[in-house]
Design a protein around this ligand. Structure first.
Ligand code: GRF
Length: 201
């Protein structure tokens, strides 16, 4: 069974969806660690409630981003983590970290990549006047919101949408897609060929 670590900085609704899917037996893997760069992340409360070990490391205690990432990487290696899941993790991972876990880091982004990269994916799509946006689950490489795409789902933007109403539908879709992608990974069904991720039947 695969060992998963989830890295979060905030509310942790995606973490919760993953915890629920593991509990229901839909994802056959173990969440062995939830790590956060913020002590006030509600995700840590969710992890504690679910009995998952947590790791909080304060970025200001490390000189460089690389030092911080190495500390996290060491912890993940010690726990024999097979898959690193970024769920609202607000730090860009250093190249060294990404290399150590090549094709073993997943991220979820609230837009149809490569459109609307960055921290405001939902608002940016709305402000741009897009009619369609969505959710992307992808492998993490060294560039921001860039790695090979595993799954995408679309959400229509309605004329009356506000950032809040649109975000609500996007998050709902995220909570379906992320566990699905993690299940595929855990079952060894993802084959990476360059930028393409093939899903084995
Ligand atoms: C999600 O919208 C995700 O797409 C983005 O950060 C948000 C995290 O939300 N990367 P939560 O902490 O899982 O509730």
């Amino acid at each position: 069974m695969k060992n998963i670590a989830v890295l979060c900085s905030g509310f942790g609704s995606n973490l919760q969806a993953i915890i629920n899917s593991v509990k229901k037996g839909k994802i056959k893997a173990k969440i062995s660690l939830v790590a956060s760069d913020r002590i006030d992340a509600y995700a840590l409360v969710r992890a504690r409630r679910a009995g998952i070990p947590i790791l909080y490391a304060a970025p200001f205690e490390f000189k460089k981003r690389e030092d911080y990432d190495n500390f996290i990487a060491r912890n993940l290696k010690e726990r024999k983590i097979d898959l690193v899941v970024l769920a609202g993790y607000m730090r860009l991972l250093s190249a060294g970290f990404v290399r150590q876990f090549k094709n073993k880091i997943l991220n979820i982004h609230p837009s149809l990549l490569p459109s609307f990269k960055g921290t405001n994916g939902i608002k940016d799509a709305l402000d741009y006047g897009a009619k369609l946006t969505g959710v992307t689950v992808h492998l993490v490489d060294e560039a921001l919101d860039h790695g090979p795409i595993i799954l995408q789902g679309a959400v229509n933007i309605k004329e009356k949408d506000t950032e809040e109403t649109l975000a609500e539908r996007i998050h709902k879709l995220e909570h379906r897609l992320y566990p699905q992608a993690i299940r595929l990974f855990a079952e060894g069904k993802l084959v990476v060929k360059g930028r393409k991720v093939l899903v084995k039947k």
